[in-house]
Ligand binder design. Structure first.
Ligand SMILES: [Zn+2]
Length: 418
């Protein structure tokens, strides 16, 4: 049989293997958003990959094709969680809550997948609870070990889980914050969780909630490092397929609206399924997330958002205003590349992370400085790239108002803060 060229090489769903034929949004070609460019490489070619999000017509998993291996993305990662104060505080409250709810103590084991620099596990260590981090980026794992958080430098999946189990490790609590989206082999990862979890163990995963991403126009949450985007219904389906059951869910304000799901072995009936799970599944169904039509108009809304952002920037520049950015997060790079915003609009951005300072944003080559630069150049507008942290940043940087500086947010709508 001669293969139809239109379907040759057609991408397939990483959960259910159905062909992916429906576009959620096509953001064009974009570089890897965490690949900050040092000055010595400014004159070199930079790889760009399609940033095209599909929705699976069978399971409604929104996803990108994995053009780049997870090894390329995550083994030398510039993101150190501890640079965000609000995120560390979020982690501390989570630990207190888990210790109390699941009665964790000196005989428990807490395993965090993608444990980064130990920003979370350190709080369990402080309470005398044994922990183990699993983190593929050696540079951030080293920072965790220095905090007293034992850390395996590797990717997590079924093989890693089997080896950990063979070494006598079984988890009472498995934590995965913002890692599920970043897993190319989704089924292998969830099988690994099942294998590592004690019979009465609990897994909690946090990830941006697809319903919020779509309803609040957060297209900049889409980047190559985030392979998948989940509704509760799709996550529930994935868990069930692997012998796990979601028994509770919380809606969190983090990352513009996240879910924290609580899972257990399906056969463990010590944790009944909470009414919150049924309630949210129903809310998603009523909002249409179980049918393709709900996903169809997002792409058009994103294009209109791009036009509004560019209109604002063009008018500001025509009026002689100076514009700087605050932050250099992945989401900012998606937005800037998609909209084609370079130093013609934004002179520079600043970031508190010294690993980013002195480098340039991928694709747009906007330079990154330490925040002090703002006080030297006194820009008229400061665009907050990580809009999810806008309250924290507006507090930290309130001094820009002394020279009449104004904060600007692009998502969900272009807004100049009063
Ligand atoms: Zn699917």
């Amino acid at each position: 049989m001669v293969q139809d060229p239109k379907t040759a090489g057609e991408p397939r769903c990483r959960f259910c293997d159905s062909p992916l034929r429906h576009t959620l949004v096509d953001l064009g070609m974009s570089p890897l958003c965490e690949s900050y460019v040092p000055a010595t490489r400014l004159n070199q070619m930079e790889p760009f990959y399609p940033l095209h999000a599909y929705v699976c017509s069978e399971c409604f998993l929104v996803q990108l094709e994995a053009y780049v291996s997870a090894e390329e993305i995550f083994t030398d990662y510039a993101y150190f969680s501890s640079y965000s104060e609000s995120w560390v505080e979020h982690a501390r409250r989570y630990c207190e809550h888990m210790i109390e709810r699941f009665r964790l103590g000196p005989d428990s084991l807490v395993v965090e997948l993608a444990s980064n620099d130990g920003y979370l596990l350190q709080h369990f260590v402080a309470r005398g609870i044994p922990v183990l981090g699993v983190e593929p980026a050696a540079n951030v794992a080293q920072a965790a070990v220095q905090k007293g958080v034992p850390t395996l430098v590797r990717f997590f999946g079924e093989t890693a889980a089997r080896e950990m189990a063979a070494a006598g490790q079984a988890a009472d609590l498995i934590v995965g914050n913002n890692v599920l989206a970043q897993v190319p082999a989704l089924n292998d990862f969830v099988r690994g969780i099942r294998r590592l979890l004690r019979p009465r163990g609990v897994v909690t995963l946090e990830f941006p909630h697809l319903m919020r991403t779509i309803e609040e126009n957060q297209f900049d949450q889409i980047y190559h490092e985030h392979f998948s985007y989940f509704s509760l219904a799709t996550t529930d389906r994935i868990f069930r397929a692997h012998g796990l059951t979601i028994f509770d869910v919380e809606e969190l304000p983090t990352h513009g609206g996240s879910l924290r799901v609580y899972g257990r072995h399906t056969e463990d009936d010590s944790q009944p399924v909470s009414g919150r799970v049924f309630e949210l599944l129903q809310r998603e169904a009523e909002a249409g997330y179980g049918s393709l039509a709900r996903y169809a108009d997002f792409g058009e809304r994103v294009k209109e958002t791009k036009r509004k952002i560019l209109s604002f920037l063009i008018e500001a520049k025509r009026a002689g205003k100076t514009i700087a950015g605050y932050g250099a997060p992945g989401k900012g790079n998606t937005l800037l590349n998609y909209c084609g915003i370079r130093t013609d609009f934004i002179d520079y951005t600043v970031d508190r992370n010294p690993h980013k300072q002195g480098k340039f944003l991928p694709g747009t080559h906007i330079p990154i400085y330490a925040p002090e630069r703002l006080f030297e150049t006194r820009p008229d507008y400061l665009v907050i790239m990580p809009w999810n942290l806008k309250h924290e940043i507006m507090n930290q940087m309130a001094a820009i108002r002394q020279w009449g500086g104004r904060f600007v947010i692009f998502i969900p709508e272009v807004t100049v803060e009063p």
